[in-house]
Design a protein around this ligand. Structure first.
Ligand SMILES: [Zn+2]
Ligand SMILES: [Zn+2]
Ligand SMILES: [Zn+2]
Ligand SMILES: [Zn+2]
Ligand SMILES: [Zn+2]
Length: 308
């Protein structure tokens, strides 16, 4: 067999190992790099079996684009993770689900144009006998009632008590995407908040003293107190950086809207002028003026105002 020029310039084999772990934005960026990448991605089905859509293309990601991208998997999609894809509707989702019955992870956090009825319709298709759906994420979808949550748990074969014991859900890692993690138990990202009764993401407390207290109560089977600092983000305020409950605690002053516990605040860089700190997620708002640190956006705004 003679080597053609395209074989000579074919991308390194190692590239194919990482392709299934890239986000859609990264995949699409690769197709712009050179012709050999573009060809490789065009002819290989593997990179398209796990589709992860997040920033920065989430806001523009439409039903039409969704159906087009998902069709590249030719019915073999494994992972579909759509984060804050506000434009995706029930129609688009169902179209993809109907032609990809073996999806095992479906993440739809913050896809606010979806309805819970649409999601339940999709899950019915994905939980037929021999189908593989293991993990579902729906936090941020509006008007989810307790009955809807129970229907989803029933369809997916989720034992709610068992789920709580096996997986701990921590606030400060909620943005991490577990799309490629192998999980043995079926799971859903929301729960009934025992404080407000709403279906939301419910967080466990990583504070050592809280964990110890919970264990003691578990042993004494005091159910009422057990849930003391387990709750949704509205019921139990938490430190953005480490996820501990912050009720009755002294707090550090934050330059963003988030809450910072004193311990995390002490370790974070602070504004030269007002001594407030940004959480890591909002650290990009720091205005670096000199080598001596930064100004928060508010202080920087006042500084430019007074200099004119
Ligand atoms: Zn709540
Ligand atoms: Zn903290
Ligand atoms: Zn706590
Ligand atoms: Zn400041
Ligand atoms: Zn913040």
């Amino acid at each position: 067999m003679t080597q053609t020029s395209s074989q000579l310039s074919a991308p390194h084999e190692a590239m194919f190992l990482i392709l299934p772990y890239l986000t859609l934005f990264e995949l699409l960026s690769l197709t712009q790099v050179c012709k050999s990448f573009r060809d490789a991605l065009k002819h290989d089905i593997l990179p398209w079996l796990n589709i992860v859509v997040g920033k920065p293309i989430n806001t523009r990601f439409s039903d039409e684009f969704l159906v087009k991208i998902m069709s590249k998997a030719k019915g073999r999609l494994n992972v579909v993770a759509l984060r804050n894809c506000y434009k995706i509707t029930d129609e688009g989702l169902l179209q993809v689900i109907a032609s990809n019955p073996f999806i095992n992870k479906l993440y739809l956090q913050g896809c606010t144009s979806l309805t819970i009825e649409g999601v339940i319709g999709a899950i019915k298709l994905l939980t037929k006998p021999n189908h593989k759906l293991k993990n579902l994420a729906i936090s941020g979808i509006y008007n989810v009632k307790i009955e809807d949550f129970q229907t989803l748990c029933y369809l997916m074969g989720i034992n709610q008590m068992q789920m709580k014991q096996i997986t701990k859900n921590f606030y400060h890692v909620r943005h991490e995407l577990y799309a490629f993690k192998q999980e043995s138990q079926p799971s859903i990202d929301v729960d009934i908040c025992q404080k407000c009764g709403e279906i939301r993401e419910v967080f466990d407390c990583p504070r050592d003293s809280c964990k110890r207290r919970m264990q003691q109560q578990q042993q004494q089977q005091q159910k009422q107190l057990l849930i003391e600092c387990r709750g949704c983000f509205l019921c139990v305020p938490r430190c953005e950086e480490c996820g501990v409950c912050t009720k009755d605690e002294e707090l550090g002053e934050a330059a963003c809207v988030d809450i910072l516990c004193l311990n995390c605040w002490l370790h974070l860089p602070k504004c030269n002028f007002c001594n407030k700190a940004y959480c890591n997620q909002h650290a990009y708002q720091q205005h670096v003026g000199s080598s001596l640190g930064f100004l928060c956006s508010e202080c920087s705004f006042h500084a430019t105002q007074s200099s004119h």
